[in-house]
Write a protein that binds this ligand. Structure first.
Ligand code: MV4
Length: 454
């Protein structure tokens, strides 16, 4: 097992890694930017190294600075968390070159799956259902009008590189196809340095359902119960829950089997997530997230596993400690709320600044993952998530009541947060009924200063 892990990240996920290290008897090294001198991951780690100024490009994304810190402190592995360098295959390779273990998938696997059209090709080869559309990227010189007509309108143009909905365009009629294709390609080129796009049939009312997998270095792969991340705003997830209120045991089993086939076919190792869209009883692969995600605690609660410990053990070469039957067990219902320092009544404007007072919820079935504390100043350089509230209970109605209770206990003074919005979501009849799609937030009047239009 590793003796010392450097955490190439900040915020609640750095705290999460440090806690796992301590429980496993592994020393931890925090890295931090000048803007994060007061952050909790620094005081919690065994050692801390400043790696640069506030802007991420000059610190958390500076591969040389991170690798030098690891060598200076004698760390034998690097945990990348999520975001930053977590899905950077070049960084994983650079770690290996210096004899440091990258705690994540091998670079070849993330390269194969990082490009969405390539990931889709892997899925097709593994007999995993995908949304009907072009086989690979739209090539110069093809008759796109014919291609789109064959798929059938409405269609969706997607960028092959990157994510977050950038370069995505809905096209409902042939006359819009060419200009939208050009706009999508230009947007993708500007955002990701790559203008490749592909075309799919548009699903009008999908849910976002994803399968957590774990794959050891000995060829074993297991799939856990799904997470439903349908409640999003502008491609930012707000609420994640497990199990999905929409899935049947048969669909769940098929989705898990599909995720395992895909992981095996790609030679995937370590933990990861296979994302699907789900509509009208059918699921379609969309992409793989080659990292441990923000919403992993939902699965930790439902499956009764420590995914952070598991990923460290897998990286150290250990075998999966259980098989598919154990991984499939559903022990409770869990819901996560992402609490952001943002003003929902002002277009979700980020609210950096000093947290004057902070009271965190607790009690049975309540977990809070945060780096915040009373007096902590949220820097303006990074994302605005300040805490994750995860509740678990025997069934969904009980979990919803517990979520409302816990959200009520949360008190943040000094900055605006999304906590009140979460209470409105949980109490909304459509959310309570579990019958919603990806348009729920935009179609539902939850905010004070907006008109419902659905
Ligand atoms: C789609 C779709 C409808 N049809 N693909 C959004 C981000 C990317 N990960 C996939 N996305 C979508 N792909 C087809 N063929 C609708 C979305 C989508 C969406 C998906 C999941 C959660 C929220 C969403 C919000 C808008 C659009």
């Amino acid at each position: 097992m590793f003796k010392k892990i450097l955490i190439a990240n900040r915020s609640e996920i750095a705290v999460r890694v440090i806690r796992a290290c301590r429980e496993m008897g592994i020393k931890s090294v925090a890295v931090y930017s000048d803007a994060d001198r007061e952050s909790r991951h620094i005081s919690m780690a065994d050692e801390a190294v400043c790696i640069g100024p506030g802007p991420s490009k000059l610190s958390y994304l500076d591969q040389e600075a991170v690798l030098t810190a690891a060598q200076m402190t004698g760390a034998d592995a690097i945990h990348p968390g999520y975001g930053f360098l977590s899905e950077n295959a070049d960084f994983a390779e650079a770690c290996a070159k210096r004899g440091i273990v990258f705690i994540g998938p091998p670079p070849e696997a993330s390269r194969k799956l990082g490009f969405k059209s390539a990931g889709k090709a892997v899925a097709i080869a593994a007999n995993v259902p995908v949304v009907p559309g072009t086989q690979g990227d739209v090539e110069a010189g093809v008759d796109i009008a014919r291609v789109a007509a064959d798929i059938g309108y409405p269609v969706l143009i997607k960028a092959s590189a990157g994510g977050g909905g950038k370069g995505m365009r809905v096209v409902r009629q042939a006359s819009e196809l060419k200009p939208q294709l050009e706009a999508a390609a230009a947007e993708a080129k500007a955002a990701f340095g790559d203008g490749s796009v592909f075309i799919e049939k548009l699903l009008e009312r999908p849910r976002h359902v994803e399968i957590q997998i774990a794959a050891d270095k000995h060829g074993e792969v297991v799939a856990f119960p799904e997470r439903d991340c349908t409640v999003q705003r502008r491609h930012q997830k707000l609420v994640e829950e497990s199990p999905s209120p929409a899935l049947t045991p048969d669909i769940r089993r098929d989705m898990q089997a599909a995720a395992v086939r895909l992981a095996k076919s790609a030679g995937y190792q370590n933990v990861g997530t296979v994302e699907f869209l789900y509509q009208d009883g059918k699921f379609y692969f969309i992409e793989v997230n080659a990292r441990l995600q923000v919403e992993h605690p939902v699965t930790e609660a439902v499956a009764g596993v420590d995914l952070m410990e598991l990923m460290i053990r897998i990286a150290a070469g250990e075998r999966l400690p259980f098989g598919q039957e154990r991984a499939s067990e559903i022990r409770c219902h869990a819901i996560e709320h992402r609490i952001n320092a943002e003003d929902p009544d002002n277009n979700f404007m980020p609210c950096p600044g000093r947290i004057e007072e902070l009271e965190l919820p607790g009690g049975a079935g309540v977990r809070v993952d945060t780096h915040a504390y009373p007096g902590y100043t949220i820097p303006s350089y990074y994302d605005s998530m300040i805490a994750k509230l995860i509740v678990s209970a025997a069934d969904r109605p009980t979990a919803l009541r517990r979520a409302l209770r816990a959200l009520g206990e949360l008190k943040v003074r000094g900055v605006k947060t999304t906590a009140g919005l979460h209470a409105k979501i949980v109490a909304h009849p459509v959310f309570m009924a579990g019958d919603f799609d990806t348009h729920f937030i935009e179609k539902t009047k939850l905010l004070d200063k907006e008109d419902a239009h659905g």
